[in-house]
Design a binder for this molecule. Structure first.
Ligand SMILES: Cc1ncc(COP(=O)(O)O)c(C=O)c1O
Length: 412
């Protein structure tokens, strides 16, 4: 089938499937093998040289990784590929590379694009592990992040002007956990005007709600541990880009040499999850919109952060670049940190756990969990107060989630 013309639900189910060698199995099998045999030494030599297609060793690639890579590349790239082909650019192709985690995808991509001594520009409000990577691990290799505190375009422009040698811009939108929204199209233009590339972490939105490549981004990153896999069974990461030459040299080499490949079973589980991504995302969004309303009207709740709220500072940008606003809410209780702790200890249906994007509702406290390693000063610049609670809204019946909030908030 021509994947570029099919609809999103169809792509989620069929893109990348039917790998040769699957013996016509209806569901693509798990290729639980660490190495691959060659029919003869001549073929082995050709596969090694890249003159013939074949699998060699699962760190380098296996059929389950390929299926997943092709599927996510089709989802992130569907609109732009169709557009570029219609414009006559028949060679335009979006490719994906899978990793053992979101962090492996982020580190391998940036280490592929940067060299020791390079600087790059990054948004202050990012997932805590990414901030740690940039501030701690990367500094050992002389890669320096220039932090931009506000998500507005003017702040990025100033950072670019002040740092003319910076090589790339790294953003996360919606950002974790402040749900910061950054204008992808404007930042992509800024990056390209200054000979830089733009990397977007699209974990919170997924390609169902937002497709950064269509807006001009160069690389899209996912923690597939979250909505892409969707069921909380596997850790995985993905990078998707039309820059296939760099993907298949600098970035894939980091996967080969550093070894951040996903296992066949995890790739298979995540691939099964992707098939219901559109259905799950619609339900995540439905439940979230009701809960935002509930929290806004609850007398014990203070601040509610959600990109779909008209008073969100970048609501208009969210509206322009997302089809809906996702399944994440951050909020503060009027009773601050103490009240938040009582809430998290009192919920019965919701689970107190980090991670997000699973079918069940997860609640957590960034200042003591996901963002606890980050210096308080960085946290404050990112706006992450000690009282902030982060909610990943699941697919349960909304009445049951509200009943759980009712009983837990009554104890606050
Ligand atoms: C936005 C975002 N990016 C990247 C990561 C890292 O992904 P992983 O935990 O799969 O390494 C996370 C993890 O929570 C995240 O929320």
């Amino acid at each position: 089938m021509s994947h570029t013309k099919a609809g999103f639900n169809t792509l989620s189910i069929h893109a990348g499937e039917c790998h040769p060698g699957s013996e016509y199995a209806h569901v693509n099998p798990i290729f639980q093998s660490s190495t691959y045999s060659f029919p003869n030494i001549e073929n082995g030599g050709k596969v090694f040289k890249g003159e013939e297609f074949g699998y060699i060793y699962s760190r380098v690639g296996n059929p389950n990784m390929t299926v997943l890579e092709n599927k996510i590349a089709a989802l992130e790239g569907s609109g732009i590929t169709e557009k570029r082909h219609a414009e006559g650019d028949k060679d335009f192709q979006v490719v994906g590379l899978s990793f053992s985690s979101g962090m492996a995808a982020i580190s391998s991509t940036l280490m592929g694009l940067l060299e020791p001594g390079d600087t790059f520009i990054a948004q202050t409000s990012l997932y805590g592990g990414t901030i740690d990577l940039f501030n701690n691990t990367f500094t050992k290799y002389k890669l320096t992040a220039i932090w931009v505190n506000d998500g507005d375009v003017a702040s990025f422009e100033k950072a670019v002007q002040d740092n003319p040698k910076a090589k790339l811009i790294y953003i996360e939108t919606p950002g974790n956990p402040m749900l910061t929204i950054v204008d992808i199209e404007a930042i992509a233009k800024l990056a390209h005007d200054h000979n830089m590339v733009l990397i977007v972490d699209n974990t919170f939105a997924t390609p169902y709600l937002q497709r950064p490549l269509e807006l001009g981004a160069d690389y899209v990153i996912h923690s597939m541990t979250k909505y892409i896999g969707g069921h909380g069974t596997s850790v995985g990461g993905m990078v998707v880009s039309p820059h296939s030459e760099i993907m298949y040299t600098e970035i894939i080499e980091n996967r080969h040499h550093i070894g951040g490949n996903p296992g066949p079973m995890d790739s298979w589980l995540i691939n099964m999850g992707v098939k219901t991504l559109p259905l799950r995302m619609d339900k995540h969004c439905d439940n979230t919109e009701v809960l935002v309303d509930y929290l806004l009207n609850h007398p014990k709740v203070g601040l509610v952060l959600f990109p779909g709220l008209k008073n969100h500072p970048n609501y208009e940008i969210a509206k322009k670049q997302m089809s809906r606003y996702g399944g994440m809410i951050s909020f503060e209780l009027k009773g601050g940190l103490k009240a938040g702790a009582i809430l998290m200890d009192s919920v019965k249906l919701m689970t107190l756990a980090v991670s997000l994007g699973a079918i069940d509702t997860l609640i957590q406290h960034p200042a003591s969990l996901t963002h606890s390693n980050i210096p308080k000063e960085h946290r404050e610049k990112a706006g992450i107060t000690d009282g902030l609670v982060r909610l990943s809204v699941g697919l349960e019946n909304i009445e049951d989630l509200i009943a759980d909030f009712d009983q837990a908030l009554a104890k606050v």
